[in-house]
Write a protein that binds this ligand. Sequence first.
Ligand SMILES: *Cc1c(COP(=O)(O)O)cnc(C)c1O
Length: 458
Amino acid sequence: MHKVDWNSALEPAYQHALTYLDGLPERPVTPAVTLEELRAALGVPLPQGPQPPGEVVAALAAAAGPGVVASGAGRYFGFVVGGATPAALAADWLTSVWDQNAGLYVLGPSAMVCEEAAAGWAIDLLGLPPQTSAGFVTGAQMANFTALAIGVREVLRRLGRDVDADGLWGAPKVRVLVGGERHGTIDRALRFLGMGKGCAVPVEADDQGRMLASALRETLAAGDGPAIVCAQAGNVNSGAIDPMGEIIDVAHEAGAWVHVDGAFGMWAAASPQLRHMTAGIERADSWAVDAHKWLNVPYDSSLVLCAHPAAHQAAMGARASYLMNAEHGERDAVDYVPEHSRRARGFAVYAALRALGRDGVAELVERNCAMARRFALGLAAGGAEILNEVTLNQVLVRFGSDERTREVLKRVQEDGTCWMSGTTWRGVAAIRISVSNWSTDESDVDRSVDTVLSCAAA
Ligand SMILES: *Cc1c(COP(=O)(O)O)cnc(C)c1O
């Protein structure tokens, strides 16, 4: 067989990557392109015959480039979006090169052992029980889904029900107690699970969005039957973390399963400085924590963690005559995630953690929190109102009225120096700043503060 010319496809990609990444610190973060321009540039007729790969890659890079959001830049503060550290990004490239189907050990021994190692490191950093099992899924949405699937199956199994055989038909209704300020992916997971978002019982939250343990106790006492409590580490607006220890104790006294949605905020547990905010989190039954947000692993990457490995495997496990499941303690990832064939996500998480080290993860989290405080101080000094207690990496900013706040946000987004998104917080409009990028430094924050204040002055 003739030798394939990989280089002609990979070289333009590599050159484009270097130009793009080197340009990130100065590139405007708002794409300057219209929908029509993108459709015209990319929506070309499907070629009749094969095209040279290098030309296709170069044409893709040229046409798509203007519509790429520089969300990996240090001045991108929208939603909760991480960038990609160099080691994680390079490992992600190798993941595509190796193209392992990371469902079974027999399909990718190194992928499975890297997942084992990376999960072990993450569990250690987050202070979770050593026996904790881990699945590498696409995002906290799927981590929440997986954990709730394990939880509902388990609380009903304890009542003698076989959810695998019978589903939820005829089973006692499982109450899912959720904070009033939970993330929408919890409700969405309940929909996917056929439980219906109607089974979510909201529990009062305080002015920062933290579930109140006293309210949880009352709500639990007001009903009966099997229950799951969904706590949250990192409110998507305020960054607030629920009082974990108290909530978990109250929930466990009532026999409930406790799931923690810790999409980004759970990484506070990896910092000796911030760990006190998550105290008690290790006593939960399951956790969702993203790698693509605060750990700055390329999309998509998240971990679902479970304190009950047997329940985890029983809920997710796949068996079929042709599968060649592991028989000697090797890891078959298919046993921990809803996916069957899947990308070997563990490689990038492995590289991210190994390159940062224990101190590097703590430093990344602490520095982002320090930059959030710097934002709040700078904006407040310029006359903005800060709506939340800036305890983590999130800042909620308001300028007088809803109308003015939205107008300032619009100007900031058009300016392109930095990008932030908007929200409604406790009934009022706010600009929402999330400092989640590994590369964000003082100069990024200071430039962004100046931009926001000058947009407000205009
Ligand atoms: C981002 C987020 C999610 C959803 O995570 P994805 O990675 O987007 O699936 C869930 N919960 C919280 C608290 C989040 O911040």
